[in-house]
Design a protein around this ligand. Structure first.
Ligand code: FES
Length: 223
């Protein structure tokens, strides 16, 4: 079967014909188009997050997304591939996602002292699966406005505030969450829908709200 592959390159789309095996990931499809298309990848096993792009209007990891499955869900034999739109475009399908690392630094997402023993290893493990691929920020309707830092900060913070034994640093992580996440997140939970690692982001956000925002409100009320 022959399919059409529509790829956004800069401002324009180019359409390619492909007539080979369809049981291949999108990264292999791009390689087989016999046309130099720049994109990011590293592990090709769904473990690094580098190959995130928009495939048939959904942010996905190209190395984990199979062409035949994408075609089956469509009316036409067409697959559309676009770069993530919330990050500066470098070239073709390649974007600069360094802002994701910058906000993690700004929000102090590290341990300042020895880690406490976790009381919920399963939760911590799930939160540790974040690849920082940017799929959640791409899908989030609130990302890109004000100084909203995106779901990866809530996911990371929800683990760190239980592990961190330095009280001042814990306080600081909560304050950053209150300033740069809580007022902007409107709980659409698009992040949970698209996360390639199936991280329960709603649980991360609930935990952070419970541990930082609501506690502060209770203190204000008491005063
Ligand atoms: S190349 Fe690493 S997740 Fe796709």
């Amino acid at each position: 079967m022959s399919i059409k592959v529509k790829i956004k390159m800069g401002e324009n789309y180019q359409i390619f014909e492909y007539g080979g095996d369809l049981n291949i990931p999108v990264t292999t499809l791009i390689e087989r188009l016999d046309y130099p298309i720049e994109y990011s990848c590293s592990c090709l096993q769904g473990l690094c997050g580098a190959c995130a792009m928009v495939i048939n209007s959904q942010p996905k990891l190209a190395c984990k997304t199979f062409v035949n499955e994408e075609i089956m869900t469509r009316e036409y034999e067409l697959i559309t591939i676009e770069p993530l739109s919330k990050f500066p475009l470098v070239n073709d399908l390649k974007v600069d996602r360094s802002v994701l690392h910058d906000v993690m630094k700004d929000c102090e997402q590290w341990l300042e002292s020895d880690a406490n023993v976790s009381d919920d290893l399963n939760f911590d493990y799930e939160m540790s699966m974040c690849l920082m691929c940017g799929c959640c920020t791409e899908a989030c309707p609130n990302y890109g406005f004000d100084d909203f830092v995106g779901t990866q900060v809530a996911v990371s913070a929800s683990k760190l505030i239980s592990l961190e034994s330095d009280k001042d640093h814990t306080k600081s992580i909560k304050k950053k969450y209150n300033d740069h996440f809580y007022p902007h997140c409107l709980k659409t939970l698009a992040c949970e829908d698209v996360c390639p690692m199936k991280i329960p982001t709603q649980r991360a956000i609930s935990k952070m709200n419970r541990k930082s925002v609501w506690k502060i409100w209770q203190i204000i009320k008491r005063d």
